[in-house]
Design a protein around this ligand. Structure first.
Ligand code: NAD
Length: 413
């Protein structure tokens, strides 16, 4: 059986740190849940229609063993991104009020990033913040969504346009308990989508290590870089807990530098941040956006036909191609990235029938909410894999040329 990994993640506010536990069969083991439930008498347990029949009963039994008498109120969301809507948050807040949840009671998310984003917003709002616990069950939720404190719902406009994560806040969990055994029931496409975020995280490890004054202690102890692990042994079931711990430590390092994603609202501010040349390591939290400006455009233009992780997988290839064209990344490193991408089995194609033009991409990228006014900022890999830069210097003409070639590639698959 794999060993248990314990990490601490820094958080803003009075708690300052929260524990992340990574263990096989953690949902069945009351010892992981006893400290987490110390103040809790009632748990609002949020899951979705796929995860709840698989894992809810065993988690409820474990919670009741860890804290005899604890009251568990289950709420099941429909499956998928469409569930991340305000009316579900409202229904959960009604339940919280009806069951008199106090600030010491907990909202517990059991599921993927959709469940934890929505449940976290509910926890942040109820009595201006009750306890928020996360038991992530997808690769993406373990390596990314459950750590860092971003919680949100989507907003669908009257014309049916989806604004992802339109309303949300920063609210860190009080504890995260990851059971790696739950990954065994993931559909291959869901697992693959999560691995795109693993590759993204590996591609910014060097920058996170070298720019940060205080690297997460787990990263200091971990002997090899994540990229090296991915390239040499890939991701085996046995290696998964270490890979997840590595990703959490990299994200924790970045988040600690910039817990609430310091905004650069105006082009002037963005350029000051970027320095005279328009390129720099940038605001740390922005590094996590590597490949995502392209990915968000793909998600918008395919109207949800592409999952977030699969869109990120395309975006990483696009970011590398732009970086080569800018002279930031040698061809050999772009080839190494493509080889890793292939080895991990990441998505490399647009859904069939999706005709996307470079002009539509540029327009969708301009609407990305991470952009600073009219200034387009891109996070690009540079020099050698593991390093990133943030730049506002990519001209429209060059971007159009690269996207023309990339869209052609993605269409062929
Ligand atoms: N807050 C953040 O920092 C952050 C970061 C990245 C992504 N996100 C958000 O996360 C969401 C995507 O998360 P996701 O990829 O986990 O999607 P998801 O929550 O929709 O889960 C994907 C699918 O897997 C199923 N599933 C989950 N766990 C399972 C298991 N163990 N076995 C079988 N099936 C299982 C779900 O029912 C769903 O059908 C998006 O809404 C995205 O915006 C948030």
């Amino acid at each position: 059986m794999a060993t248990t990994q314990q990490l601490e993640v820094a958080a803003p506010g009075p708690a300052q740190h929260y524990p992340v536990t990574i263990a096989h069969d953690a949902l069945k083991n009351a010892t992981y849940w006893q400290p987490v439930l110390a103040t809790v008498n009632t748990v609002l347990l949020v899951s979705d229609a796929m995860v709840s029949p698989l894992y809810q009963a065993e988690l409820v039994a474990t919670l009741q063993q860890a804290k005899p008498g604890v009251v568990v109120i289950p709420y099941t969301l429909p499956v998928g991104e469409g569930a991340k809507q305000w009316h579900h948050a409202h229904a959960l807040l009604t339940l919280a009020a009806e069951h008199n949840l106090t600030r010491q009671d907990a909202v517990l998310a059991l599921g993927g990033g959709v469940v934890s984003d929505l449940a976290g917003l509910v926890a942040a709002l109820h009595h201006r913040g009750c306890r928020f616990l996360v038991a992530p069950t997808t690769v993406l939720a373990m390596v990314d969504a459950s750590v860092g404190g971003k919680v949100a719902v989507n907003h669908t406009l009257a014309n049916n346009q989806l604004r992802k994560n339109a309303h949300g806040t920063f609210y860190s969990p009080h504890a995260v308990v990851m059971d790696t055994a739950t990954l065994s029931t993931l559909a291959p496409a869901v697992r693959r989508a999560g691995l795109a975020e693993v590759l993204k995280t590996a591609l910014l490890e060097s920058t996170a290590r070298h720019t940060s004054g205080a690297v997460h202690p787990w990263l200091n102890r971990a002997s090899s870089m994540l990229l090296n692990t991915l390239a040499t042994s890939g991701i085996t079931d046995e290696g998964m807990p270490d890979t997840i711990a590595h990703c959490v430590a990299i994200k924790a390092t970045v988040v600690a530098l910039d817990p609430t994603e310091s905004p650069t609202e105006t082009p002037a501010e963005a350029l000051t941040e970027l320095g005279d040349g328009g390129s720099s390591a940038g605001s740390p939290r922005m590094w996590l956006n590597l490949g995502h400006t392209f990915a968000h455009a793909y998600e918008t233009l395919t109207e949800g036909a592409l999952s977030h992780g699969d869109a990120v997988a395309l975006g990483l290839l696009d970011a590398a191609a732009v970086s080569v064209a800018m002279g930031y990344l040698p061809n050999s490193q772009a080839d190494a990235l493509a080889a890793l991408h292939q080895q991990l089995g990441l998505n490399h194609r647009l859904p069939s029938g999706c005709a996307i033009t470079p002009a539509a991409m540029l327009q969708a990228m301009a609407h990305d909410k991470k952009q600073a006014g009219a200034t387009r900022r891109l996070v690009l890999p540079m020099n050698t894999l593991g390093e990133v830069t943030v730049t506002s210097q990519v001209p429209d003409g060059l971007l159009t040329e690269v996207l023309t070639a990339q869209l052609h590639r993605h269409a062929r698959g």
